[in-house]
Design a binder for this molecule. Structure first.
Ligand SMILES: NC(=O)c1ccc[n+]([C@@H]2O[C@H](COP(=O)([O-])OP(=O)(O)OC[C@H]3O[C@@H](n4cnc5c(N)ncnc54)[C@H](OP(=O)(O)O)[C@@H]3O)[C@@H](O)[C@H]2O)c1
Length: 231
């Protein structure tokens, strides 16, 4: 299995690389030129394609012949970075490739998510502040996901809860809507977010789904998890 990891040098990206290598995948990583050193630990075992993730030539080269594309969608700056990245992957990855994208709970596929008041306030304040200082553009990550949801490619959009570092707690559980009781604890280990994305590659039931995930060890998951761990 040949897997392209877009945004490979970030915290989530490095976990994705590690998990994919453990499973024996051939890995191609895309990262900004100035960040390639962050992949030094893996340099002997992966091919690195340096460049911006919304550079279509970079994405075309990196995803060529790949069975799978794991894409970290980040809403950096005001240059349509997330939507440009998503569009390049949708347009240029091989036609049958399995596409798995990351984002946060704030993305809603069908508008049926029910967010806690504190979460809504945080997103509103952070989004406005970030737009003001032109640091992050959350609306562009929303646009990126809108395009993915409208696509007939074989996609999954994994929506992460609040993240923390630490040892794996196992494959997270998921549900279709934020607000479902199983998700109430709102925390997942970052390594397990990556585990879920890599595991999704082989899970056909997650094609055209936007699972919101939470640690299987969290109190809400322990209280409400179905036997199969899914929605
Ligand atoms: N942080 C959270 O609590 C949280 C919660 C839920 C979901 N998520 C989702 O998890 C995913 C990863 O988030 P993360 O917080 O863990 O971050 P992360 O893995 O550290 O990823 C940050 C990424 O952004 C890139 N980046 C940094 N500055 C940039 C810039 N100015 N221009 C372009 N790219 C830049 C980094 O590349 P370099 O290595 O080149 O810097 C890296 O690939 C995202 O999809 C996010 O929506 C995060």
């Amino acid at each position: 299995m040949k897997t392209c990891i877009i945004g490979a040098s970030g915290k989530l990206g490095r976990y994705l690389v590690g998990h994919a290598l453990e499973l024996g995948h051939e890995v191609v990583g895309v990262c900004r030129t100035q960040s390639c050193a962050k992949l030094a630990d893996f340099a002997e075992r992966i091919r690195i394609v340096p460049g911006a993730t919304n550079d279509r030539a970079v994405i075309a080269e990196a995803t060529a012949d790949c069975d799978t594309v794991l894409c970290v969608l980040v809403p950096w700056s005001r240059q349509h970075y997330a939507s440009g990245t998503a569009q390049a992957v949708l347009d240029l990855a091989p036609p049958d490739a399995r596409l798995v994208f990351s984002c946060g709970w704030h993305i809603s596929r069908d508008g049926l998510d029910v967010y806690p008041l504190g979460f809504r306030i945080l997103i509103a304040i952070f989004g406005r502040l970030a737009r003001l200082i032109r640091f992050v553009d959350i609306d562009d990550q929303v646009e990126a996901c809108r395009r993915i949801f409208a696509s007939d490619r074989r996609w999954t959009v994994v929506r992460g809860s609040d993240l923390e570092e630490g040892e794996s707690e196992g494959l997270p559980v998921w549900s279709r809507h934020v607000g479902d009781p199983i998700l109430a604890s709102n925390r997942t280990r970052r390594t397990d977010f990556a585990l879920f994305m890599v595991d999704a590659i082989g899970d056909e039931s997650l094609v055209h789904e936007a699972p919101a995930i939470v640690s299987r060890c969290s109190p809400s998951a322990r209280r409400h998890a179905p036997a199969d761990g899914g929605s």
